[in-house]
Design a protein around this ligand. Structure first.
Ligand code: UDP
Ligand code: MG
Length: 345
């Protein structure tokens, strides 16, 4: 594949960091690393692979340690427990020292063979190059349907345009990474944050393969919470729904009350009306609870943000030998990491 940068790269090769969150992925790690390095061998770039161990309970860490002893381009960011994929990615991005960074799943659903294509768009001036899936193999229709509905909804209610059918598989330029590094919120809906930073964003279509081995770490309960995070961190529209719903119901109740008063005045008082009374009380109670629930969602998130906790803690950090010295370039990022870790080499 021809590259405009070949001549420049010969003088000072650009460094591409690949950030790979891994949670109980001992079965796929080696195959992933083999395919990734195969892709990078012919490319005129230096590689840094940042594996983030997200508190795995299987042999993931020892498999990565093995890789480190054989391949100097591998780094390990070992989180102190399972923090979830969004935070694992953030830890890897904080640590990555490359001129550009690629975020990719370890389960080979995102083909590493697409990376040269992502790099090509970056070399042509894009800051964010995201892979857009055209086909999703090995996923149920229910997952595809709920996912499509979610993206349609969030695009309508949010001012940030979050592209549909994209995962976290993407490439970020250095300035996009630095921009993202400044967003330290606790509820991290990464797809939204990637879109929030703006800059020039380009989509590259690809086929999403089924998982190579192991099982998905998502279930519907986790996905539901993920969707809630996405919506509440990118729009306050649900707060408005509660307001309008409340107003509409109150108006209806007011009209209904007027009718009842008129009837009572015109035809006298009867001791009936118990059912309608119950209906009104229950209905209003329900609406109030729903509105309170929505407020609670936001309040809970504000509570989490005001605690201002660090996003993660590190257990161990093993840098790759291809790492660039970033202390001058990204002081805030590296000091964040160093503050919460001990660096071992
Ligand atoms: N992952 C993680 N922490 C978690 C769950 C998942 O780092 O708590 C990683 C996982 O190892 C994989 C990626 O996130 O590299 C995607 O996970 P998975 O394949 O389970 O998600 P799916 O592809 O089904 O959306
Ligand atoms: Mg997967």
């Amino acid at each position: 594949m021809p590259h405009d940068s070949t001549t420049i790269a010969a003088i000072s090769p650009l460094l591409i960091s690949v950030v790979v969150p891994a949670y109980n992925e001992e079965e796929v790690l080696l195959e992933f690393h083999r395919r990734l390095t195969e892709v990078f061998n012919p490319l005129p770039y230096t590689l840094e692979v940042v594996y983030v161990n997200d508190g795995s309970s299987d042999k993931t860490v020892s498999v990565i340690s093995d890789l480190i002893s054989r391949d100097p381009r591998v780094a390990l960011v070992d989180l102190s427990r399972n923090f979830g994929k969004e935070i694992a990615m953030t830890a890897g991005l904080d640590y990555a020292s490359g001129d550009a960074v690629v975020v990719i799943d370890v389960d080979l659903q995102d083909p590493p063979e697409l990376i040269p294509e992502l790099i090509r768009h970056w070399q042509e001036g894009a800051d964010v190059v995201y892979a857009k899936r055209t086909l999703r193999e090995g996923e149920t229709w229910l997952k595809k349907f709920t996912s499509a509905a979610f993206y349609r909804l969030i695009r309508r209610v949010s001012r940030v345009q979050i592209p549909a059918d994209t995962g976290d598989f993407r490439l970020l330029s250095r300035r996009a990474m630095d921009g993202l590094g400044g967003l330290r919120e606790q509820h991290r809906f990464m797809k939204g944050l990637f879109a929030w930073i703006g800059y020039r964003q380009v989509a590259v279509p690809y086929r999403r393969d089924p998982r190579f081995a192991g099982e998905t770490k998502w279930n519907y309960w986790k996905l539901w919470n993920f969707a809630l995070d996405g919506i509440t961190s990118f729009t306050t529209a649900p707060l408005k729904i509660a307001t309008y719903l409340g107003l509409t119901v109150s108006l209806a109740a007011f009209i209904y009350a007027a009718i009842i008063i008129y009837k009572t005045l015109a035809f006298g008082d009867e001791v009936r009306g118990y059912p309608s009374l119950m209906v009104v009380v229950l209905f209003l109670g329900g609406v109030q609870l729903a509105a309170l629930g929505v407020i609670g969602e936001y309040l809970g998130r504000m509570f989490d943000e005001t605690k201002n906790r660090p996003l993660y803690l590190l257990n161990k950090l093993v840098p790759a030998q291809t790492r660039k010295d970033t202390s001058a370039r990204t002081a805030p990022t590296s000091s964040r990491l160093e503050a919460s870790s001990e660096i071992s080499s």
